[in-house]
Design a protein around this ligand. Structure first.
Ligand SMILES: Nc1ncnc2c1ncn2[C@@H]1O[C@H](COP(=O)(O)OP(=O)(O)OP(=O)(O)O)[C@@H](O)[C@H]1O
Length: 306
């Protein structure tokens, strides 16, 4: 379990992380989202004792990182897949890590197999593709069989099979009861992988909620209703205070009302329906809403919302 209490990092004038307080739960994949420069890497680095907080604390299992003995057995992390000596083989890299954390050499072979690098174990790290380096980084994170795992952009550089493999691995690690904290820019990927989302912008917490709540709360969730009498129905729904858009001859999109209210209004008016369904917003849409004021380096939008 990871707990952040008022976690803050200031670089000169810049507040990179601004008073984050959170608790990340075991058995859950928590997705960590935010625009470029939002403070995700800085937060992860502070949890891992690589950056010192200006204020506040980051605790893993109730302790700050530097107080954890053999830390790889408590928390595994992949921050920068290329941060491996390029002349060393993947196997030698993992053996050194294992030795420094009191982990037996046999475990190295196991994690190399788990990440599908068994055949490339003796290759020098500098000759590995980015995707293979990511796998080696993940192997390092798994080495101590830790209860907490932190991954910064783990699918970077992976092909579609690799992306699916990482997704499956994250889900499996959470199903084993571990705390999995993973940052990504790929909203669609987070939508498939995470149970819970933490969204930050300009170092501040914007959302800390189950995936479904972030999507619904952001949004755009709407009720789609098809009827041969769509024009009449639109008038009835508007009169009842709902926002209605006619998207096709027979189809309306209703926002600001739950599905059953729309159905009841149609029934009361004696209007036949051919479809009544909820169209949930994509995480991408919810995310754009949430972070609209926090994008530091984004392109200016000039036109109407797409
Ligand atoms: N060592 C440093 N010195 C000064 N400023 C820094 C340092 N590290 C990060 N920052 C600044 O802190 C802010 C947060 O950066 P951080 O890398 O944590 O964001 P991020 O959300 O991980 O971004 P990205 O998605 O682009 O990796 C940025 O404005 C960045 O420029």
């Amino acid at each position: 379990m990871i707990s952040l209490q008022g976690l803050t990092k200031r670089y000169g004038e810049r507040l990179a992380v601004d008073g984050l307080s959170l608790a990340l739960r075991p058995g859950t994949v928590t997705g960590f989202l935010g625009p470029n420069g939002a403070g995700k890497s800085t937060t992860m680095r502070m949890i891992l004792g690589l950056d010192r907080p200006t204020a506040g604390v980051a605790l893993i299992g109730g302790r700050p990182y530097h107080q954890i003995k053999n830390p790889l057995c408590t928390v595994g992390a992949l921050l920068d897949a290329r941060a491996v000596h390029p002349g060393r083989s993947g196997e030698a890299h993992l053996l050194a890590l294992a030795r420094s954390n009191g982990i037996g050499a046999r475990r190295v072979g196991q994690v190399l197999e788990t990440v599908g690098l068994g055949g490339a174990a003796r290759k020098r790290a500098g000759t590995l593709s980015l995707g293979m380096s990511q796998r080696l980084g993940i192997a390092g994170a798994l080495l101590g069989n830790p209860a907490v795992l932190i991954f910064d952009e783990p699918v970077n550089g992976l092909d579609p099979d690799g992306v699916r493999w990482v997704r499956h691995l994250m889900r499996e690690l959470a199903a084993q009861g571990r705390t999995v904290f993973v940052s990504s820019h790929l909203m669609s990927e987070m939508q498939l992988t995470a149970d819970h989302l933490v969204v930050i912008g300009k170092g501040r917490l914007l959302a800390d909620a189950p995936l479904a709540d972030v999507i619904d709360g952001g949004t755009l969730a709407s009720v789609v209703v098809r009827s041969p009498y769509a024009g009449d129905l639109a008038g009835r729904l508007r009169a009842a205070g709902m926002a209605v858009r006619r998207v096709a001859e027979n189809e309306l999109e209703v926002t600001g009302a739950a599905l059953d209210r729309v159905g009841d209004a149609a029934f009361d008016a004696g209007i036949r329906l051919h479809e009544l369904s909820v169209r949930s917003a994509s995480l991408e849409q919810a995310y754009q809403r949430l972070t609209a004021d926090s994008v530091e380096f984004g392109a200016q939008t000039t036109g109407a919302e797409a």
